[in-house]
Write a protein that binds this ligand. Structure first.
Ligand code: SF4
Length: 280
């Protein structure tokens, strides 16, 4: 089968940095001495490898032994988490991506400037849960939200978005917000260019191939967005974690397959998938 790869795909610098920090922390403190607060990134294979190297994981800060070191993942965490870790005497290694950090600072600054902050994002995503902790009463909206009910009336609102959303989606949501009678709306672009580049490359490829494979964690927001955009571009699209989920019926009657991968998908997963697909 002929296989074409998206020109921009796979690991972003934020994910690479987080993995490097996690590996370095385990090397410095020893296996079993560092605990990640939630999965370091949304990719099972990478998380398993880090666990095998000696990185522990916990979803609850309160249960972590104070003699251990806590690793804050690339998605970041709200200020209370840092404060609580400090109170419990835990040493912290902060692997929050610099672009997520920037979104946190923007939210804080908008609030200090007197704007009511509105974040376009998935309210259940760890990045969003962390970012909204940097100002009180942030309103989170997504495509499911009833804006009439959710958006409060304030003179001035400041808008940010989850870093992994597509510019098209954010523009649509902003257009809906602007239909309401706000006197002043300040929009700060918090989208990640690494993600935007992968989205553009995926959509371009999806228009030229018979079937698209988007590789990455099923919980990875940026990978899911890639799959949604490829589907929207009119291409049959499959979001798979690895070659293990592949089924021959997916390429029945197809000549050319396109492959892309989310920002937390390692090159080894992409290379194995492409090798197997080309061998068909
Ligand atoms: S996708 Fe962008 S915001 Fe998210 S970790 Fe990577 S570089 Fe950072």
């Amino acid at each position: 089968m002929k296989v074409r790869l998206a020109t921009s795909r796979g690991f972003c610098f934020g994910v690479e940095d987080a993995i490097e920090l996690a590996e370095a922390a385990v090397e410095e403190h020893g296996p079993g001495r560092v605990v990640a607060l939630g999965p370091v990134i949304h990719n099972k294979q990478v998380v398993n490898e880090l666990e095998e190297a000696g990185l522990n994981q916990s979803g609850d800060l309160e249960t972590i032994d104070p003699s251990k070191t806590v690793l804050i993942r690339s998605h970041g965490a709200p200020p209370e988490t840092f404060q609580r870790a400090d109170e419990r005497g835990l040493r912290i290694i902060d692997a929050t991506c610099v672009l997520v950090k920037r979104a946190q600072n923007v939210v804080k600054q908008l609030h200090e400037e007197g704007y009511h902050v509105v974040m376009i994002g998935d309210p259940d995503h760890p990045e969003v849960r962390g970012v909204i902790g940097y100002a009180p009463n942030v309103t989170v909206i997504d495509e499911e939200t009833n804006l009439e009910r959710a958006l409060p009336y304030r003179e001035r609102i400041g808008i940010v978005a989850q870093t992994t959303h597509s510019p098209e989606h954010v523009a649509d949501m902003i257009a809906k917000i602007l239909k309401r009678p706000y006197r002043e709306v300040k929009i700060v672009n918090t989208l990640c260019l690494e993600v935007t580049r992968r989205q553009e490359a995926a959509m371009e490829l999806a228009r030229e191939v018979d079937v698209m494979f988007v590789l990455g964690g099923l919980h990875s927001a940026n990978t899911r967005e890639l799959a949604r955009l490829c589907q929207e571009a009119g291409c049959d699209t499959y979001h798979l974690e690895t070659w293990k989920q592949f089924e021959p019926s997916m390429v029945e009657g197809k000549q050319v397959a396109g492959v892309t991968a989310g920002a937390s998908t390692p090159e080894s997963v992409i290379a194995q998938f492409v090798g197997e697909l080309e061998a068909l």
